[in-house]
Structures are given as structure tokens and as C-alpha cells.
Ligand binder design. Structure first.
Ligand SMILES: Nc1ncnc2c1ncn2[C@@H]1O[C@H](COP(=O)(O)OP(=O)(O)O)[C@@H](O)[C@H]1O
Ligand SMILES: [Mg+2]
Length: 356
């Protein structure tokens, strides 16, 4: 079995004594393994990288190795618990490959923590946003060379929109007829696409997958301990990360909820997010970035809705689907959330102004 083989590849002292599947990630396969060393049991996290999603694992691991090394330097003695620590292979590499050609990496396990798949409390929203903000702050002085763009144009909304227009034109699987309202919504909101790109914002090192389940929280205190899942760390705009937090953490309903009556942007959660994020980013965020916090939520939610609609029209080629019309359902929740954010934008901007 490949996990057994893997346990011998990394520079771990101690004897492997068992592993369990770990966490609830949707992309990679994650295991927590126990090793016995001088009578103590030490845990490590082994991950099989999904190389169908990440087409260039070497470049991705190069980014992760540089970012974790920088964070380690900045965090000093706090790094052991507040930063991810990669365990090198016995040859000193950041990853290894198994007999089947899969890529594996290993991290120190951060004990006494857990992650949540959906937002439950305002404290979680505050803590997650503070952690992602802190992550950006620590990387604000990341030295050249520029990180590799492992997924080019990941948040280039105009290009995402152009892909939608091509999908509408081609109508390859004859589904446009089922999505008339959503297509109309997208076309009417096309001017949203450029709001961040036109603002001339500084490029930064960003996380790009700022869902709440990518922050480990302390099991006892619920305080944020560590940002994880660095697969999409790349050059980007700070507001891509904040916008995606607004999209995923201000609405308690699932991304594929069919009852659109449940889709609202909750002001209380937004206030907690903005407060946590601004607490951490106070020192470096520019006034223009600050002024576009709310707009970034609208934009990223719209962009993901556009991607779901595109995939629906192309016949579900990118996102995994579990039922008919799944991607159209996902598109509808996103567009409903865009409307909810737009309706509350003035109040959201007041909240931000009061925090500043
Ligand atoms: N270093 C770690 N220490 C403790 N738990 C971890 C660690 N890394 C990951 N996990 C757990 O494993 C889960 C999946 O990891 P993640 O890197 O987010 O993978 P995916 O890309 O599949 O989402 C996380 O949600 C978290 O619960
Ligand atoms: Mg994850």
C-alpha cells in the first residue's frame, strides 16, 4: 500500500505505528500518522496531492516551501504552532513520488486543533479573517523572485466572463434554454468584472482558498492557530482573499442549497469578518484596498457564479456534480448572494468605515 511506502521516505525519526484518514478536505487525501520515538508518540500529516487539480505539483511545492520558510522566519518561536512545517524527504526534497507516480508531502501535525466546514459563530468568522489577514501581513515583505502562478489567471474575472460568453455561444449540450434567467443576470452584471482590475491595486502574496476549513482553530479556545492548505498560494490581490471570505463565510447555507430563501448575506458575520481582517491588515492595507472590501465580496461571488454557470453550459466538465442541474443550483446561490450583498452594500460600507 502506498502510504506504507511513503512513511519510509520522509526524514522522520521513529517507527511508524499506524495512520488514519484525517480532516475533511475535498481535494487531497490527508492522513494522520503516528510514529513512536523514544517512548513518545508523534503525529505527522501525510498528504497525497491531487495532481489532476494541480497540474504542476513541482511548482506548487516550490511555492509552498518558500512561503513556509518565510513564515517560519517571521514567526520565530511561534512558528511551530502558527505556521505549517514541511518535513523534507530523506534526500532533502519537499515531496516524493510513490510507485504509482502520485506526489506526497508531509507536515508536522498541529495538535489540539480542528477545522470547521461551515461557519457557525461570529467568533469563528472573526478568527478566520484575522488569521488570513495575518497570513497576508507576514507575507507582505516576501522577497523576489515572484512566486509561480500555478493556476494562471485564477481570479481574472474578465477572462472568466469571456469563457462564459463562449459557452453561451457554443451551447454545446443544449442547456442554455434551462438557464435563461441566470444568463441574463450574468450579462446584466458584466460591468462588475473590472472593479478590482481597474483600481490598480498592488500585487501581493495571497492564499486564494480562504474557506473557514482552511484555518485550524484551537480545540479549547476556538482561537485561530494556523492557516493551512497552501496549494493555491500565488501572486494575487489581497481582496481576492477577502472577497472569497465574504462569499463563503457570511451565508450559513450550503453552496448548492436549492431553497434560495435561505441565501442571505448576514451583517453580523460580515462585521466579524471585516473586524478580524482589518485588525490584522491595519499596517499595510492601502486606502483603496480598504474602500473596495465590500465590492470584492460582490465580485468574487459573481465570479464563482459565472464559473458554475459556464461549467453547467459546458456539460459539467470541471466541478464534480452529484445530481442533475447541480452546477446550475450552485450558480443560483451565488447570484442570489450577489443580490443580497448588493442590497446591503451601503450598510456594509458603513460597518467598514466604523471599524476603520
Ligand atoms: N498540519 C496539520 N495539522 C493538523 N491537521 C491538519 C494539518 N494539515 C491539514 N490538516 C487537516 O486536514 C484537512 C485537509 O487538509 P487540507 O490541506 O486543507 O487539504 P485539502 O486541500 O484537501 O482541503 C484540514 O481541513 C485539517 O483538518
Ligand atoms: Mg482544505
Amino acid at each position: 500500500m502506498s502510504l506504507e511506502y511513503i512513511t519510509g521516505q520522509f526524514a522522520i525519526d521513529g517507527e511508524f505505528c499506524g495512520a488514519e484518514t484525517w480532516g475533511s478536505g475535498h481535494i487531497n487525501d490527508t492522513y494522520r500518522a503516528a510514529y513512536q520515538h523514544h517512548g513518545a508518540v508523534i503525529h505527522y500529516v501525510h498528504q497525497r496531492i491531487n495532481h489532476h487539480v494541480f497540474r504542476n505539483p513541482e511548482a506548487m511545492m516550490d511555492n509552498i516551501a518558500r512561503v513556509t520558510a518565510h513564515l517560519k522566519k517571521k514567526l520565530g518561536p511561534r512558528a511551530a504552532r502558527h505556521g505549517l512545517t514541511l518535513v523534507p524527504t530523506r534526500d532533502g526534497a519537499a515531496f516524493c513520488r510513490d510507485e504509482d507516480g502520485n506526489y506526497w508531502r508531509t507536515y508536522h501535525c498541529i495538535e489540539g486543533t480542528r477545522s470547521y466546514d461551515t461557519i457557525q459563530t461570529t467568533q469563528q468568522a472573526f478568527e478566520a479573517a484575522r488569521a488570513f489577514g495575518e497570513f497576508q501581513r507576514l507575507l507582505a515583505d516576501f522577497p523576489p523572485p515572484r512566486l509561480l502562478e500555478t493556476i494562471p489567471d485564477f481570479h481574472h474575472t474578465p477572462k472568466r466572463f469571456a469563457a462564459l460568453e463562449r459557452a453561451i455561444g457554443a451551447d454545446a449540450v443544449h442547456r442554455a434554454v434551462n438557464a435563461k434567467m441566470e444568463i441574463q443576470f450574468a450579462l446584466e452584471h458584466k460591468p462588475l468584472c473590472n472593479i478590482l482590475l481597474d483600481a490598480n491595486l498592488p500585487e501581493r502574496v495571497t492564499h486564494n482558498d480562504t474557506k473557514i476549513n482552511n484555518v485550524l482553530l484551537d480545540e479549547k479556545t476556538n482561537k485561530a492557530v494556523c492557516v493551512i492548505d497552501l496549494d493555491t498560494v500565488m501572486p494575487g490581490l489581497a481582496l481576492y482573499d477577502f472577497g472569497d471570505m465574504v462569499r463563503t463565510a457570511t451565508c450559513r447555507a450550503a453552496e448548492d442549497e436549492r431553497d434560495l430563501g435561505k441565501i442571505h448575506m448576514e451583517m453580523e458575520l460580515f462585521e466579524a469578518l471585516a473586524s478580524g481582517y482589518l485588525t490584522a491588515t491595519n499596517g499595510f492595507l492601502t486606502p483603496t484596498e480598504r474602500s473596495l472590501l465590500v465590492a470584492s465580496g460582490t465580485l468574487i461571488t459573481f465570479e464563482i457564479g459565472v464559473r458554475f454557470l459556464t461549467d453547467y453550459l459546458q456539460g459539467d466538465v470541471y466541478f464534480k456534480v452529484h445530481r442533475d442541474g447541480h452546477n446550475l443550483d450552485r450558480c443560483r446561490t451565488q447570484f442570489r448572494l450577489v443580490e443580497s450583498i448588493a442590497a446591503q452594500e451601503p450598510e456594509m460600507n458603513r460597518v467598514v468605515a466604523n471599524l476603520a
